[in-house]
Design a protein around this ligand. Structure first.
Ligand code: KIV
Ligand code: NA
Length: 265
């Protein structure tokens, strides 16, 4: 395979080729996602929700993110690996932000980091970029700020927040970020932003006018049947299929159907 780099993504945008991105948090899943041809694998701090069962992304630690990321990196041959910087690892001061990013790069082998916010995190982004670490931005609904927003509803519906989003996107481009995730904002706005910058805009709940799409893998595989926002397309109903399969296993064990003569030594 030819490895995907941050440069490949810029080229994809320039050529009008859409970028595919999915999350993964462990070796076995990442192996499948990479083999299926996904361009970018995000080791998202959504691991806090889907892997650890927390209500928000806030509790996950840097050590835990590094554990997930190193498992993913061991599985991949082609995809670009982006690792989320967890809440608390980059907000307090730029030096700590750089130390956190360096730990992610050294200890996990990931290829880049992602962090939430625009002008607020300018100094941190600058330092990380200066150390040669590629940075992906994240604007719109930024789940690490959920207690400020109060809800997970669509962001930037009002003029003021829409203008700030546009400004922040241009700002992140100027700083040198290689791409930006834009989460849950009106499709018109996301499209306008994508047309205003030369770096790729990867959307989630941001419509089809952007340069690529990202989803949480557990959501798109239907492993979680309690979460069904409008933006989510389910490609499988794995929750149903897995409960059925596991139910058959239980029945087979209880009835002594499993193991049979060929399934033993
Ligand atoms: O953590 C995550 O999964 C993310 C995506 C939803 C963009 O940040
Ligand atoms: Na995230």
């Amino acid at each position: 395979y030819k490895r995907i780099t941050t440069k490949s993504l810029t080229e994809m945008k320039a050529n009008g080729e859409k970028i595919s991105m999915l999350t993964a948090y462990d070796y076995s899943m990442a192996k499948i996602v990479d083999a299926a041809g996904v361009d970018v694998i995000l080791v998202g701090d959504s691991a806090s929700n889907v892997m650890a069962g927390h209500e928000t992304t806030l509790p996950i630690t840097l050590d835990q993110m590094i554990y997930h990321a190193s498992s993913v990196v061991r599985a991949i041959h082609r995809s670009l690996v982006v690792v989320d910087m967890p809440f608390g690892s980059y907000q307090s001061d730029p030096k700590e932000a750089l130390r956190s990013a360096i730990r992610i790069m050294k200890e996990s082998g990931g290829h880049s980091v992602k962090l939430e916010g625009g002008s607020e995190v300018k100094e941190s982004i600058k330092r990380i970029l200066n150390a040669g670490i590629p940075v992906m931005g994240h604007l719109g609904l930024t789940p690490q700020s959920i207690y400020k927003f109060g809800t997970y509803t669509v962001r930037a519906k009002e003029e003021e927040e829409a203008e700030k989003l546009m400004k922040d996107a241009k700002f992140l481009e100027k700083l040198g970020c290689f791409a930006i995730v834009i989460e849950k904002v009106p499709a018109d706005l996301a499209e306008k932003v994508a047309k205003s910058v030369s770096i790729p805009i990867i959307g989630i709940g941001a419509g089809g006018g952007v340069d690529g799409q990202v989803l949480v893998i557990h959501d798109m595989l239907g492993m979680n049947n309690e979460f069904s926002p409008r933006f989510l397309r389910r490609y499988m109903n794995l929750y149903e299929e897995m409960t059925t399969a596991i139910g058959h296993y239980v029945t087979d064990v209880k009835s002594s159907d499993f193991p049979n003569e060929k399934e033993q030594y």
